[in-house]
Design a protein around this ligand. Structure first.
Ligand SMILES: CC(C)(COP(=O)(O)OP(=O)(O)OC[C@H]1O[C@@H](n2cnc3c(N)ncnc32)[C@H](O)[C@@H]1OP(=O)(O)O)[C@@H](O)C(=O)NCCC(=O)NCCS
Length: 203
């Protein structure tokens, strides 16, 4: 599905495929250390072939993943999101996201989040959870987006466990694609806020 972004460009949101392994490795090289640390909670300069096999060969039932790509350069991944169902709680799954630094703040993460929520509802999942560093407001906001409002946040030392209860509203990505209008300037403002936030954390 094609989704308009805040900077005036468009992203194609589609399921990940085994053929995406090389593109995913290249995408990983575009990520800053901060972004990798927020996604994996550790340093990870490269994806191994075992990583890409796990990340790209999903079963579409208990492990679902979507990518955002640039329609002009479909080999260029802009962001990836996934959920993995908990075996002992099949109505719940753990979700994770990552967007290339250059495109953060343009709405790619929100589009991926809504796509994940749609796919979760279709597969009987009603709650998506995520574990993130406590200062990761961007990620917490994505869970709010999936919930369509408040989320439960449980502090676990330097990390937060966040739970979004999904509203029973299927087809939200299609509605977003049809409804959203370009918001010029949002990207610049969000980037400014993001850098201000990073400086505050570093201080
Ligand atoms: C978290 C992440 C996926 C969000 O993707 P994104 O494309 O920047 O998200 P969006 O542009 O759709 O923004 C989503 C919301 O979060 C806000 N936001 C984004 N980055 C933010 C930040 N650093 N601080 C505060 N708010 C932020 C946006 O303003 C937006 O809020 P709004 O809808 O109220 O305007 C991206 O920042 C990222 O890859 N971070 C590093 C990896 C990571 O943290 N993964 C999550 C681990 S589960």
């Amino acid at each position: 599905m094609f989704v308009p972004l805040h900077d005036g460009s468009t992203a194609l949101i589609r399921p990940i495929a085994p053929e995406d392994a090389a593109a995913l490795r290249r995408f990983h090289w575009t990520l800053s250390e901060d972004t990798i640390r927020n996604r994996f909670m550790s340093a990870k300069p490269n994806l191994t072939s075992g990583d890409t096999r796990y990340l790209c060969r999903v079963d579409g039932v208990d492990h679902v993943a979507v990518v955002a790509v640039d329609p002009q350069r479909p080999e260029a991944i802009l962001g990836v999101a996934r959920w993995v169902r908990y075996p002992d709680a099949p109505h719940r799954a753990e979700a994770a996201f990552v967007v290339t630094d250059r495109m953060q703040g343009t709405g790619v993460g929100s589009a991926l989040a809504i796509a994940l929520a749609d796919l979760a509802l279709e597969r009987g999942i009603t709650e998506l959870t995520g574990s993130m560093l406590a200062d990761n407001l961007g990620s917490e906001n994505l869970f709010r987006r999936m919930a369509g409002g408040d989320v439960a946040v449980k502090r676990m030392g330097i990390t937060n466990d966040v739970t979004a209860v999904l509203p029973q509203r299927p087809g939200r990505l299609a509605a977003m694609a049809a409804r959203r209008r370009m918001r010029p300037g949002v990207r610049t403002e969000t980037h400014r806020r993001r850098h201000a936030w990073r400086h505050a954390v570093a201080a």
